[in-house]
Design a protein around this ligand. Sequence first.
Ligand code: ADP
Ligand code: MG
Length: 503
Amino acid sequence: MNAPFAATTLEKIRAELAAKPTELFIDGKFVPALSGKTFDVEDPSTAQIFAHSAAGDAADIDLAVKAARRAFEGPWGKMTPAQRARLMIKLADLIERDGDIIALTESLDNGMPYMMARMGMIPGAAEQLRYNAGWATKLHGETITPSWPGEWQTLTFREAIGVVGAIVPWNVPFMMTVAKLAPILAAGCTVVLKPAEQTPLSAVHLGKLIAEAGFPDGTVNFVTGFGETAGAAIVDHPGIDKVTFTGSTEVGKLIVRNSTGNLKRVSLELGGKSPCVIFADADLEKAIPGAAASIFGNAGQVCAAGSRLFVHEKVYDQVVEGIQNRARTIKVGSGLLPTTEMGPVVSAEQLERVLGYIETGAGEGATVGVGGGRLEGEGYNSGYFVKPTVLTGTVSGMRVVEEEIFGPVLCAMRFGDDDLDTIGAKANATQYGLSSNIWTRDLVNALGLAKRIKAGLVRINGGPGLDPALPFGGFKQSGWGRENGKSGAESYTELKSVTIALA
Ligand code: ADP
Ligand code: MG
């Protein structure tokens, strides 16, 4: 199979990245970190360092926040919603124009299959902008009929919250970055965004496109750097009105604690340990590949991954065998190879974490049904490749069942002719509540279980996961607030009640 991209494009990207470190995007300009420091950027398929990025810290965050404030109080804040929408749509077009460059950069940086980035993340990011551009002109307050006796009128204003700090993870960096920006811009806010230190590169290209589209300087600022320095400075900064974070539950809790200085608003999209429940009557031709894709897609590095499988005992063997067959045949490799279906995990740290969990599971009495270790051999030895893995004989209480692994590791369990309350209780036996999957042809079981599951998303028979129009977020320790949809755009606004005495 031929590579689906031009080799010259890849060479050009590599040469540009090798020539000099990428810079911060602050106030419409690319600048080095004030400290002059940079950090290494690694290709997880080879463990080679192929780029360096500016290591921003508190001083750079402060400059970016000031630029964002000036833009908010100045040119961006003064634009009409329709003008903002037009710029957002222009940015969406530029992202599609540069789709090959962005997808290659993303694949090099994160390891994800190029085709997944090119065919999924690029159009997905563009649609996030177009969808939210629609909200720019449709966010408004209401006139309200007051309850209090007397002649007066009340109305609400819905106003942009101000300067937003956004902190994003490394699993789907470009898509996540754009999905954060889109509702923030629709609401009329400005933003300082920190990409994850593992994957800083695609945001840098986005900075170029933001400048080209003609957004006023300071509307969007990107500060690459580490969580403990640049990230912590965002959380601490008194000039930031809201922090939006996607990442681990552990860091989410830290952010809540560290954001109290000015009581900035906080929204959190955190971890998950999402159930996938397959009833005996399910269409197994769809349920088996669906359940496999839900845990092996993006090497399991997905917050909504279906990592706990519950199958009715009548079809348990057939389903687990089917998923294991899929695991055996998934083509794992460098994201740049045209045949690759699953890339490496993002880093040595993540590799160790996933392998550590597999070992823990075996130690707790789980059986490795398939996979269960690092991939070795030609093309694999230096990269962070994990075999798609299914653990059977898992029971609640095991760490592999309770904790988020964030890798291609599925825990398979069975259930009998239980009532929906019992099945729901099994599905809910986790601190998390982000997503869930149900496979059945029976409407009563499907909707009955959907009502019982405590999670922000229920996907029945492979219904879509992320959609710009669909609210997304967690119950329980999977987070605070909802992204996407109307609620996502409104989450970057404050409501102001205005009362007028008419007599
Ligand atoms: P993971 O452990 O999978 O890398 P994290 O939650 O640590 O996930 O990282 C997600 C994002 O949070 C990254 O951009 C990271 O730099 C950032 N981050 C990590 N620690 C902190 C912190 N103490 N304060 C703010 N941001 C942080
Ligand atoms: Mg971490």
